[in-house]
Ligand binder design. Structure first.
Ligand code: HEM
Length: 488
């Protein structure tokens, strides 16, 4: 087989050292790709192809999409998603993926269903605004990251669980987040299966040193088992509660979990039949896939607005024209009129795609640019690098410059492979429209009523923009700012 070029590899470990390079991984991969182009790496026993340019991404994700429409199997899907019965974790050629995706789109994410939860979003956003309006009096520093996380969690939990058990969900929330950290942490046994055979799933200590909040455990499997028990107990409790509810209560809590349970119990052979583990896996995946991605997109965009006061001013002017000068709550119906904010969000997703790298696994042999890539090869599409390619973005490549989208019409929905914040092809994000709608609503509301200052007189250019690579790329440090209420 003729494989793409490759940097120097160490015996046994291969290119493992790149994973511990003291720089943000997508940036390291971009630097290497400038030298090698389409690149072959080997981490222990796992062969990987790294794609960083839009033209190869186009070839791969358009023409070869069916051959790479699976995610690599990982411990996270075994322990958190019931052996891959969710959506992202399911193999695309298995019914689990098709049914899970279809049911989620029809009963939760389609516009007509998502609209039903408008009052929930309005209530939760209003609640945050009421809190922030109190702060300007004392000029308190607000941890925007944790406020926005709570807001998005409440919205998603209410859509999925209808508000049941939210106050008792603290342990569940902490546990799935720990699962995400474990899932993103480097696990040597995943790359060197012979280590796993002794059940000594050792992570390199260096990993904990480089990124202090990555867990470093011996016997990782035990940790996974404990974690999956806590998650399963919580989901079982809610499912049991829903099963025992009267028709009247069900009507009161009308939510996605009701639909899933009725499909699980349905005798109608025309409907999609779900099994119990599948219901739990779908619920958990939707929670995991929606909360951190939406929060990180809001955090990054707001950070860029705080760093670029002229852009912020332009967004506020647009809001004043569309919504008015009194501090009315922004309504979802107004969002389509906020053209400039749309460009700001695109620009933020160009520089900060929250899935910095998109992982896929080849299920067939692939031929690309005269290279022959055998099946089972892992593909890393460096979506962070796509937005920083000077050939595509020649003007102010590294700067936050939303005006670039006035003259170029680049699609972010996966058709154009120059920008892939929501992925592309069969596995592209089914929650894109809802995600964009929530993000735009929250951003519009946060800058409509408020002006923001950085703490301790910090200058906008000094705002720290360090990234943390987990399953999503979020800010390494929380975003802190002081709100000043400026409309009456
Ligand atoms: C701004 C917010 C969001 C961003 C940036 C985002 C981004 C992504 C990306 C990059 C992928 C991987 C696509 C690929 O492999 O090609 C993905 C997958 C997915 N997302 Fe989103 N997402 C967001 C919001 C949401 C929301 C709100 C939901 C649901 C409520 C959701 C549900 C999913 C699911 C279920 C998958 C797996 C799809 C599959 O494997 O078939 N996402 N998302």
């Amino acid at each position: 087989k003729r494989l793409p070029p490759s940097p120097l590899a160490l015996p046994i470990l291969g290119h493992l050292y790149f994973w511990f390079w003291p720089d943000f991984l997508p940036r390291t991969l971009l630097k290497l790709s400038k030298k090698y182009g389409l690149m072959y790496l080997r981490i222990g026993a796992v062969p990987i192809i790294v794609v960083s340019s839009p033209d190869i991404t186009e070839l791969l994700m358009k023409t070869q999409d069916p051959a790479i429409a699976c995610k690599p199997t990982a411990q996270i899907s075994k322990y958190m998603f019931y052996g891959g019965k969710g959506i992202a974790s399911a193999k695309y050629y298995e019914p689990y993926w098709r049914v899970g995706r279809k049911v989620s789109i029809i009963h939760l994410l389609a516009n007509s269903k998502f609209d039903l939860f408008k009052p929930v979003r309005r209530y939760e956003v209003g609640h945050l605004i009421a809190f922030l309006k109190k702060e300007p009096e004392d000029r308190q520093v607000v941890d925007i990251s944790s406020k926005v996380t709570l807001l998005i969690e409440n919205i998603i939990y209410k859509m999925i669980f209808g508000g049941r058990n939210i106050s008792k969900s603290l342990k569940f929330k902490k546990t799935w987040r720990e699962g995400m950290r474990l899932g993103a942490a480097f696990n040597l046994a995943g790359y060197m299966p012979y280590i796993g055979a002794f059940d000594l799933q050792v992570q390199l200590h260096i990993c904990a040193i480089i990124c202090s909040n990555q867990p470093c455990f011996f016997r990782l499997t035990c940790r996974w088992k404990d974690l999956s028990t806590v998650i399963d107990e919580y989901l079982e409790k809610i499912i049991n509660e829903v099963e025992q509810e009267t028709t009247e209560t069900k009507e009161h809590f009308r939510s996605f979990i009701n639909v899933l349970i009725s499909l699980m119990k349905s005798d109608n052979t025309n409907e999609e039949k779900l099994d119990r583990d599948q219901v739990k896996a779908i619920i958990l995946e939707l929670i995991v896939a929606s909360i951190d991605t939406t929060v990180a997109t809001i955090e990054w965009t707001l950070s860029e607005l705080l760093r670029n006061p002229l852009v912020l001013k332009r967004v506020q002017e647009e809001l004043a024209n569309v919504i008015g000068l009194d501090c009315q709550q922004v309504e979802e119906i107004d969002l389509a009129k906020l053209d400039y904010l749309e460009k700001v969000m695109k620009e933020s997703l160009r520089l900060h795609p929250v899935a910095g790298i998109i992982l896929r696994k080849a299920t067939e042999d692939i031929s690309i640019k005269n290279f022959n890539i055998p099946k089972k090869m892992l593909f890393v599409v460096n979506s962070w690098a796509l937005g920083r390619d000077p050939a595509v973005w020649p003007e102010k490549t590294e700067e936050f410059y939303p005006e670039r989208f006035i003259n170029i019409d680049i699609d972010i929905r996966g058709r154009d492979k120059k920008l892939l914040p929501f992925g592309a092809g069969r596995k592209r994000c089914p929650g894109m429209e809802p995600g964009l709608r929530i993000t735009k609503l929250v951003l519009a509301q946060l800058v409509h009523c408020f002006d923001w200052e950085l703490p301790d007189g910090m200058s906008p250019r000094d705002l720290d923009m360090k990234e943390k690579l987990g399953i999503t790329v979020s800010r390494a440090n929380p975003l802190l700012a002081v709100p000043t209420f400026f409309f009456l």
